[in-house]
Structures are given as C-alpha cells and as structure tokens.
Design a protein around this ligand. Structure first.
Ligand SMILES: Nc1ncnc2c1ncn2[C@@H]1O[C@H](COP(=O)(O)OP(=O)(O)OP(=O)(O)O)[C@@H](O)[C@H]1O
Ligand SMILES: [Mg+2]
Length: 185
C-alpha cells in the first residue's frame, strides 16, 4: 500500500424521497488498500458504490479520485478515469458466451463498441484469457452465460470489471452466492 490517496469521498448525502440512503458518508482509500463496507440490508452500500461510479448523483458532498473531482461525472467518464465496478446482480448478456461478454467489455475500453459483436481479435482473446484464467474461469469461456450458476456469473462480472486494469475496483456483494470451494460444474 502506498501513501497516495486514491479515493476521497467527503460528506456524501443521498435521499430517495423520505428514505435517507446515505448520510454524511466519508471514506478515504489509498492506492493498494482494501476496504470493506459492512452494513445490514438497506444500509446504503449499493448507494455508495452507485454514487462513486456515477450511477447515482449524490445530493451533496464531494468525490475525488486522485486529484480529480469526479462527483459530477457520468459512469462512462468515471470508467475512463480508471474506476471499475461489479454489480450486486451481475450485469451480463445471458445469451452470449463468457468470451463474447469479455469481448464486449474489451471493445468498450477501446471505445469501439457497435451493435455488432466485437471481433475476436487475437489481442482481445489473449487479454480475455489472461483475465479469465486469474479467476479460474478459462474452462467456462465458451459456455453461454445463461447455462451458468449464479456464483460463476458473479465471478464473471468481476472479471469483466478487471478487463480495463482499473486503478479503483468497487465490488458490490462480491461473495454472495459464490462457493468457497472450486466445485463449479
Ligand atoms: N433508486 C432508489 N429509489 C428509491 N429508494 C432507493 C433506491 N435505491 C436505494 N433505495 C433505498 O435506499 C436505501 C439503501 O439502499 P441500498 O440498496 O443502497 O442498501 P444496501 O446496503 O445495498 O442493501 P442490501 O444489503 O439489501 O443490498 C434502502 O432503503 C433502499 O430501499
Ligand atoms: Mg446492496
């Protein structure tokens, strides 16, 4: 861990109607540091991840990544700043294979996404294989996502987030539904 301050969230507040989802939330994360947020159902964990990644705009407060104010940026801009996330409910294309999902993520990082399935260039496939192997997912790469159990989908969602080699990775409930042992079919 370095002394460099990577994320600095200060005084974040968010209300949905009468529901207070975040109240004066402050968090500092240094480069290389791992931080866990623990809270009961409805405590505001997902809201926090959504505010940092631009999916939800905080009512007040500030969010700094390194020396840049990202508090008013949209999710795409924040992704380009090197922030990645996974979702509590994995956001995958179920009718596509694991590799095809990876190709879409890689093409997004190249800013080359179209309505067509991105070409399986050797550079993309090799990067996809590299990331999938880190998650022990290589053997599933040609399977349809719709055939896979929830725990594997969760890991694939995290692998997708890793395709861009992010500076900051936010994982929303990364272990729920994931088996502790590698006993996947
Ligand atoms: N888009 C929304 N519209 C209205 N209320 C919302 C919205 N998003 C979250 N909330 C409310 O804000 C509060 C915090 O929700 P949030 O999903 O952030 O909690 P959480 O800690 O992630 O919960 P869980 O452990 O169930 O995932 C809850 O009361 C929730 O119902
Ligand atoms: Mg949540």
């Amino acid at each position: 861990m370095s002394d460099e301050l990577l994320l600095h969230a200060q005084g974040l507040n968010k209300q949905f109607g009468a529901v207070v989802a975040a109240q004066d939330v402050n968090l500092r994360v240094k480069t290389g540091e791992r931080v866990s947020l623990i809270g009961s159902n409805g405590a505001g964990k997902t809201t926090f991840v959504n505010m940092i990644t631009g999916y939800v705009r905080a009512d007040s407060g500030s969010i700094w990544l390194g020396g840049t104010d990202i508090g008013r940026m949209n999710p795409r801009q924040i992704t380009r700043m090197g922030v990645a996330r996974s979702f509590q409910i994995p956001q995958l294309y179920p009718s596509m294979t694991v590799l095809e999902n990876m190709l879409v993520a890689l093409a997004c990082h190249e800013n080359r996404l179209s309505t067509w399935l991105p070409a399986a260039t050797s550079a993309r496939v090799s990067r996809a294989d590299e990331v999938l192997s880190r998650f022990n997912l290589l053997k599933h790469r040609d399977r349809l996502v719709s055939e896979l159990p929830g725990g594997l989908r969760k890991l694939i969602d995290i692998a997708l987030a890793m395709t861009g080699a992010p500076r900051l990775l936010l994982l929303d409930e990364p272990t729920s539904g994931v088996a502790q042992k590698k006993n996947f079919p």
